[in-house]
Design a protein around this ligand. Structure first.
Ligand code: URA
Ligand code: SF4
Length: 208
């Protein structure tokens, strides 16, 4: 009898808490179809001893080409906001809810496409394994995709941002706006950026 193929990274995720072993296994993942059109997997980066893990949505165009998380425009804005809030990026492990870049073609450009709920669930075993290795005090979700991956589909950034919730994968989880969302609305840049810094100051307080 034909069995429906489950869309999940689970069978590609090694049963280990060794981040290096996880990282080495990630390029082989075929847990969903996103690997096929991406340049490479973009795994999380940062110290294994990090007390804080930040989770974005998925690598962007520049991350996909370079193979590192948050190194493009959103990453630069995040670094700036972290510095202003007093959060040392060097001490934070940064990763994404989905590890391959999903995009659509627009002329010669590759435009970000939102990962589906199925793709986010498929990739969750990698995130769970990263968090099991690091055992952070705090996970900061950047945007709704990360927040819903960790806190469920009902989670709303608008009402619940800046609040701390208990979680089985970390002591606490909180969510804030995604830096890309700030870049998409230039007319509200100043106020949205200020709110991101405000939320990240709460993170800095937890770290000190
Ligand atoms: N946006 C994300 O969510 N993650 C990245 O790594 C880059 C941009
Ligand atoms: Fe595997 Fe995640 Fe890439 Fe899908 S997006 S192939 S689940 S690593």
């Amino acid at each position: 009898m034909a069995k429906a193929q489950k869309v999940s990274a689970a069978e590609w995720v090694p049963h280990t808490r060794d981040l290096n072993v996880l990282r080495s296994a990630a390029p082989s993942c075929r847990g969903c179809e996103l690997y096929a059109r991406a340049t490479q997997v973009v795994f999380g980066e940062g110290p294994r001893s990090a007390n804080v893990v930040m989770v974005g949505e998925q690598p962007g165009d520049e991350e996909d080409r370079r193979g590192h998380p948050f190194v493009g425009p959103a990453g630069r804005l995040l670094s700036k906001a972290m510095e202003e809030a007093g959060v040392d990026r060097e001490k934070v492990y940064v990763t994404n809810a989905v590890k391959h870049f999903k995009w659509i073609e627009r002329g010669k450009r590759r435009i970000h496409a939102k990962p589906s709920g199925i793709e986010v669930s498929a990739c969750r075993p990698w995130l769970e394994a990263e968090l099991a290795s690091i055992e952070p005090e705090l996970v900061v979700c950047l945007g709704a995709t990360a927040a819903q991956s960790l806190m469920g589909r009902e989670f709303r950034i608008t009402t619940d941002r800046g609040r701390f919730f208990p979680h089985p994968w970390a002591k606490e989880v909180m969510a804030t706006i995604h830096p890309s969302a700030i870049l998409r609305v230039p007319e509200r840049y100043e106020e949205e950026y200020a709110l991101l810094v405000r939320d990240l100051k709460l993170v800095a307080e937890r770290m000190h």
